[in-house]
Design a protein around this ligand. Structure first.
Ligand SMILES: Cc1cc2nc3c(=O)[nH]c(=O)nc-3n(C[C@H](O)[C@H](O)[C@H](O)COP(=O)(O)O)c2cc1C
Length: 675
């Protein structure tokens, strides 16, 4: 049943236009009245005998949710969620092809476990997507912990884990090529439509392609032709084993991004030969900080590699590209401009698996933006269950349901939210969407909290997008917003809500043992003060994530920034991969970070510190401290007895990063009404 709802009640993407005034249904739009704004993105693609319904590949994202090598229901539902969101193809990540190949705990793809893998493929197929599986061999970067045979690669060496690596013999190569072929046959049998052979990110195949690594003196090393020999043999073996009708895809680095590494021309030459065996190539890149570009990096970092490969005019198979493809507009432009034939998205679809469906419905404004904070990768690397900062559901569908199945609460409650930062906004949005009657109070004159300040960071476009998204969601979730309103006992008594969600944030920890600290300001002031050209030399006391990231922002504004950190290392609370990106940026921006430096005094025009028993001084014209935040809990304790449910969320509950704010706000609101 369609209702006649006035058009202006919907926040539609600017790129969608009504061709005529017609009724709009609750899902957004009557498709007949819209013109397709992403015609290239939603053009189907034929892959052998299969149809990929659009040009969006959900990239491989392994989940560590396995037990004894078997996927759990969490894993199956996670893949289903991605398919449910509308991607044309969903890829199961990193299946090691044989003993000796694993760099992570391997999935046991034995015949006994076949029904579980079949279920993975079925869960993807049920939503009209193609199911692909990525096959990998870690080569010299395999982890001895997860293999029973010696680690082998192109050359003998000691790997990044300190493990002895043996050079592969020709027999070893034969064995590995057979293993890829056997694995492909197995996974097609399990019901998967395609295999994606991993020839990127430093694993076995790029190890052989790399002139930096592959110093073999036999016919498998040296010249490009020799370095390609084994990778091509693998592809040929797979094709021979599975026959012409099956879809084989390649995840390939378009460049080694090193002056002496393989070039895009090398890759074109490789693909020219490989294309007889494979049906599609997805172009990524080498170097972990390159393929996992963090929030400071430009979007679409590999698009130009794909474009160069296409422009060579020698490759006849579809070329996809991956790497910070964050919006349907961006994806459409890439394909429309002929730079690639399709896109592959990883983090953007973790943040919102429904990106494709929302784009198709003209609801791009509703897509949850990825922050490229790498919380996902770092939780993944730490082998915890996947955590996305902005999508509390991802990976937990088996327990919580899918984003489109969480409906209205079974009871409509009156909810008062105190504090309009990220946690408060998220709680208000989720409560509003669940049908509760929500009042969101903010004591300042605008919503956003800390996010409002931090999103002014000159380098954090992704964070700004997220704030704008939250503000839009608040506007459409039926939430009554009261600015300049502090929640106190009187207000709660007057409103008589069923629940009060307390999201009043945190307070800076002032390092008051430092002499003269009153001359310094909290780091948030750096985002509030109008930029003064007079302030040229800045010292930040505290080299945690907040101090270092703010330092990057100030350096980007042209300041000379010195960060003093007491610990032996900086930004230690950042995950490994994010930290690598941060380190690269700190170097690029000429940020001086002095670790092991205990700050002694903030004087006029300088800061005195002690390192290795010696006192030193840095001259400066502004000093900020970023020495931590502490939960602001008083309002919570004050309000705790004012309503049946009084729930602290965000920094008020535990001072931390954005994921804590979003998740606690979301779950507090989700929990309401379950009586
Ligand atoms: C949580 C997580 C797991 C990943 N697992 C895999 C994997 O199993 N295989 C793989 O080739 N790449 C994996 N990647 C890398 C992505 O496929 C992709 O190359 C990378 O995230 C860059 O794309 P993006 O900018 O769209 O996120 C993973 C990435 C994330 C964030």
């Amino acid at each position: 049943m369609k209702e006649n709802i006035p058009r202006q009640t919907f926040l539609l993407s600017k790129r969608w236009q009504l061709t005529e005034e017609k009724s709009i249904n609750g899902m957004g739009v009557d498709a007949s009245v819209y013109k397709n704004l992403y015609p290239h993105l939603f053009q189907p693609l034929r892959l052998k005998g299969l149809i990929m319904k659009n040009r969006i590949m959900s990239a491989p994202n392994m989940l560590f949710h396995t037990v004894d090598g078997r996927p759990t229901q969490y894993y199956i539902s996670y893949l289903e969620h991605k398919a449910r969101g509308g991607a044309g193809l969903v890829t199961l990540g990193e299946i090691a092809v044989c003993d000796g190949a694993s760099h992570t705990p391997p999935m046991q793809w034995t015949w006994d476990n076949l029904p579980l893998f079949g279920e993975m493929a079925a869960a993807i197929h049920e939503h009209g997507a193609l199911a692909a599986v990525e096959l990998v061999h870690g080569g010299m970067r395999a982890n001895p912990r997860y293999n029973t045979v010696p680690i082998k690669g192109p050359v003998a060496c000691v790997n990044h884990l300190g493990a002895e690596v043996q050079a592969m013999t020709v027999e070893d190569m034969e064995h590995v090529a057979d293993a890829f072929a056997e694995a492909a046959a197995f996974w097609y049998h399990a019901g998967f439509d395609a295999v994606l052979i991993h020839a990127a990110h430093g694993w076995l195949i790029p190890q052989f392609l790399s002139p930096l690594i592959n110093k073999r003196t036999d016919e498998y090393g040296g010249s490009l032709e020799n370095r390609m020999r084994f990778p091509l043999a693998i592809l040929r073996r797979v094709r021979e084993r599975v026959g012409d009708s099956k879809v084989i895809m390649l995840r390939l680095s378009g460049s080694e991004r090193h002056p002496e590494g393989f070039t895009t021309d090398d890759i074109i030459a490789f693909l020219e030969k490989a294309q007889q065996y494979v049906d599609l190539a997805e172009i990524s890149t080498e170097g972990v900080t390159n393929y996992f570009a963090i929030t400071y990096s430009p979007w679409g970092q590999n698009v130009e590699l794909a474009a160069a490969i296409k422009a060579a005019g020698k490759i006849n198979i579809p070329i996809f590209t991956i790497g910070s493809i964050m919006s349907p507009e961006q994806a459409e432009d890439i394909i429309a401009s002929g730079k690639a034939d399709g896109v592959s998205m990883s983090r953007a679809l973790l943040a919102d698996p429904f990106l494709p469906k929302k784009a198709a419905l003209g609801r791009a404004d509703d897509i949850v933006p990825c922050l490229r904070c790498l919380n996902c990768t770092d939780s993944d690397n730490a082998r915890r269950h996947l955590v996305c900062s902005v999508n509390p559901l991802i990976g937990r569908e088996a327990r919580l349901g899918f984003a489109d199945t969480i409906g209205k609460a079974n009871r409509r409650l009156k909810v008062l939210v105190a504090g309009g930062g990220p946690a408060g906004m998220q709680a208000a949005v989720t409560a509003g969407e669940r049908g509760h009657n929500v009042i969101l109070c903010e004591k300042s004159d605008s919503l956003g909290g800390l996010l409002k300040l931090l999103s002014r960071d000159s380098l954090k476009k992704d964070l700004r997008r997220f704030l704008e998204y939250l503000l839009r969601r608040v506007a459409v979730a039926g939430v009554e917003v009261r600015l300049n309103t502090e929640v106190n006992r009187e207000l709660v008594a007057a409103e008589a809500p069923d629940a009060v969600i307390v999201a009043v944030g945190s307070l800076p920890l002032v390092p008051d043992s430092i002499k003269g600290i009153e001359k310094a300001k909290h780091i948030t002031s750096a985002y509030q003060e109008p930029d003064s050209a007079a302030r040229k030399n800045i010292v930040i006391i505290g080299g945690g994530l907040a101090g270092v990231e703010s330092g990057l922002h100030l350096a980007n504004l042209g300041k000379k920034v010195t960060v003093l950190e007491m610990l032996p290392d900086y930004a230690t609370e950042a995950g490994n991969v994010y930290r690598l990106g941060l380190q690269a940026k700190a170097k690029e921006f000429g940020l001086t970070i002095i670790t092991g430096a205990r700050c002694l005094e903030v004087a006029d025009g300088s800061v005195r510190y002690k390192k290795d028993g010696r006192e030193s001084e840095v001259e400066c014209d502004a000093v900020y401290y970023a020495t931590g935040m502490v939960s602001y809990t008083e309002p919570y304790f004050d309000l705790a007895d004012t309503a049946p449910f009084v729930i602290p969320v965000g920094d008020c509950k535990q001072a931390g990063k954005i994921d804590g704010a979003i998740h606690s706000g979301y779950f507090a609101a989700l929990d309401l009404g379950m009586l």
